[in-house]
Design a protein around this ligand. Structure first.
Ligand SMILES: NC(=O)c1ccc[n+]([C@@H]2O[C@H](COP(=O)([O-])OP(=O)(O)OC[C@H]3O[C@@H](n4cnc5c(N)ncnc54)[C@H](OP(=O)(O)O)[C@@H]3O)[C@@H](O)[C@H]2O)c1
Length: 227
């Protein structure tokens, strides 16, 4: 375990990702801000602090994920935040399947690729925290939201990925959990009422769990919620 610990955030150039990276930095973490665009990653790091690192990372490209792992080195915490909402306003019967495929490639396979790249280091180190950004649109407890079917299903799959990774790392010192930040005003959801500050606080809470904290759960406003 390094001191200070290092946290890597995907999609950290704007929205919840940027706010989370900055909140982690304020909480004393060394942060690696990653973004599809190299300059956007650097600019976000520069806005965060002199010791913050900006690294290019497109979660859909395996070679980009591998290059980011090489540039960042092992990290202690991973926030899988990068995501797209491509099919708002569609319904399950008519949504173009290509939109669903593109959504799953970022939100599910992208998250999975990044976890496969960074979590084994945490297991070897015997300590780690992984937080995946989920959504209320994908929880069976709420009923899946049909107005963005590919997106909703992608977040159901993120919930499943969280439980699989938690089962696969149980007892290693690595805790893997999901966070539903709720509707949050960003480019993805410009009319939402919630702030990125509150969403980031929820993610930081899940990153900062104590060693006896839960693994394989979904958090909403700091409390364990139904899947
Ligand atoms: N906002 C909400 O109400 C809400 C609610 C529940 C969950 N969430 C989840 O929270 C996360 C962040 O959302 P947000 O609201 O902050 O959205 P946002 O402002 O649209 O930001 C999305 C981020 O993901 C990045 N991204 C997209 N495709 C990528 C790829 N292939 N590789 C790497 N990065 C990629 C974007 O980078 P570019 O700038 O390069 O496009 C951007 O940094 C998402 O997973 C979202 O599903 C959001």
């Amino acid at each position: 375990m390094t001191n200070p610990r290092t946290a890597l955030v995907t999609g950290a150039n704007r929205g919840i990702g940027l706010a989370t990276a900055r909140a982690l930095h304020r909480a004393g973490w060394r942060v690696v801000l990653t973004a599809r665009d190299r300059e956007a990653a650097r600019a976000a790091a520069a806005r965060t602090g002199p010791d913050a690192l900006g690294v290019p990372l497109d979660v859909t490209r395996p070679e980009s994920v591998a290059a980011a792992r090489a540039a960042a080195g092992p990290v202690d915490a991973l926030v899988s935040n990068a995501g797209v909402l491509l099919d708002a306003g569609h319904d399950p019967l008519t949504v173009p399947v290509e939109l669903v495929r593109a959504t799953l490639d970022v939100n599910v396979l992208g998250a999975w690729r990044v976890c496969q790249s960074f979590v084994p280091d945490m297991v070897r180190a015997g300590w780690g925290r992984v937080v995946l950004l989920s959504s209320g649109t994908g929880t069976f407890t709420n009923g899946l939201f049909p107005g963005a079917p590919g997106y909703s299903l992608s977040k159901t799959a993120v919930n499943g990925l969280t439980t699989l990774l938690a089962a696969g790392t149980r007892g290693t010192g690595v805790l893997v959990n999901a966070v539903n930040p709720g509707p949050t005003r960003t480019r993805m959801m410009p009319d939402a009422g919630g702030t990125v500050r509150d969403a980031a606080a929820d993610v930081v809470q899940a990153v900062a769990l104590p060693d006896d904290g839960p693994t394989g759960v979904l958090f909403r406003r700091g409390r364990i919620a139904g899947w």
